[in-house]
Design a protein around this ligand. Structure first.
Ligand SMILES: [Zn+2]
Length: 153
């Protein structure tokens, strides 16, 4: 499915995968499939965030039941607690975003996804970006890192 989408005209100059591959098996399969088309992954951006910060971010997420607008209890709270700024709808936490489930998701991450860091480091494709702090700062660091990488090639 991914490869089919990549052959569309709007992908001619390249594509960015977000949250994929998620484990070694997927990464190897992707490399093999790309190689058959004489393509390859150019670089992998690893946005590094401490476990403590991940827990803080994930456990603070609230979503409007009506229009799905996301909020964060600390970083971007609604003007009136538990009411959506956009539509007045009720805010709720997805079962996925409760502390117990988040800890389980992080365990899955460390078991399955973290080995990709080693995999892409060995391939010389990993670029680490500091993911602590606000969205603007992290976004800027990603752009700076990508620009540097493009100049170096
Ligand atoms: Zn809403």
């Amino acid at each position: 499915m991914v490869l089919e989408r990549m052959s569309a005209p709007d992908c001619e100059s390249g594509v960015v995968f977000d949250g994929f591959p998620r484990n070694l098996e997927q990464a190897r399969a992707l490399d093999e499939a790309l190689a058959k088309q004489a393509k390859a992954i150019d670089m992998v951006v690893y946005i590094k965030v401490s476990e403590e910060e991940l827990l803080r971010r994930l456990s603070g997420r609230w979503i409007c039941r009506n229009c799905q607008t996301p909020y964060h209890a600390v970083d971007s709270p609604p003007k009136v607690w538990s009411k959506c700024d956009e539509c007045g709808g009720e805010l709720y936490q997805r079962p996925d975003d409760t502390n117990e489930t988040i800890k389980k998701r992080l365990q899955v991450y460390f078991a399955q996804t973290a080995p990709l860091i080693d995999y892409y480091t060995r391939a010389g494709k990993l670029m680490e970006v500091d993911g602590e702090g606000g969205i603007d700062g992290v976004g800027r660091r990603i752009i700076v890192a990508l620009r540097g990488e493009c100049v170096a090639r």
